[in-house]
Design a protein around this ligand. Structure first.
Ligand SMILES: [Zn+2]
Length: 61
């Protein structure tokens, strides 16, 4: 049911913001997306990039 394309093996991208921004590799059809973190991590549904939220993020909004 939740079948996924095997992601490329690479390091997670550390983000020190409340949302991750991903626009994929150049010359791709990947739109610019804002990804909301869940449990301090999120995976881009377009390219499979893993993002990790930095501990230094100020979550006071
Ligand atoms: Zn992406």
């Amino acid at each position: 049911m939740a079948e996924k394309i095997t992601p490329h093996q690479k390091d997670s991208i550390l983000v020190n913001n409340i949302k991750a921004v991903c626009n994929g590799p150049k010359e791709s059809k990947h739109p610019k997306v804002y990804l909301k973190f869940e449990n301090k991590q999120v995976t881009c549904p377009y390219c499979g990039n893993d993002f990790k939220q930095s501990d230094r993020v100020d979550n006071n909004l």
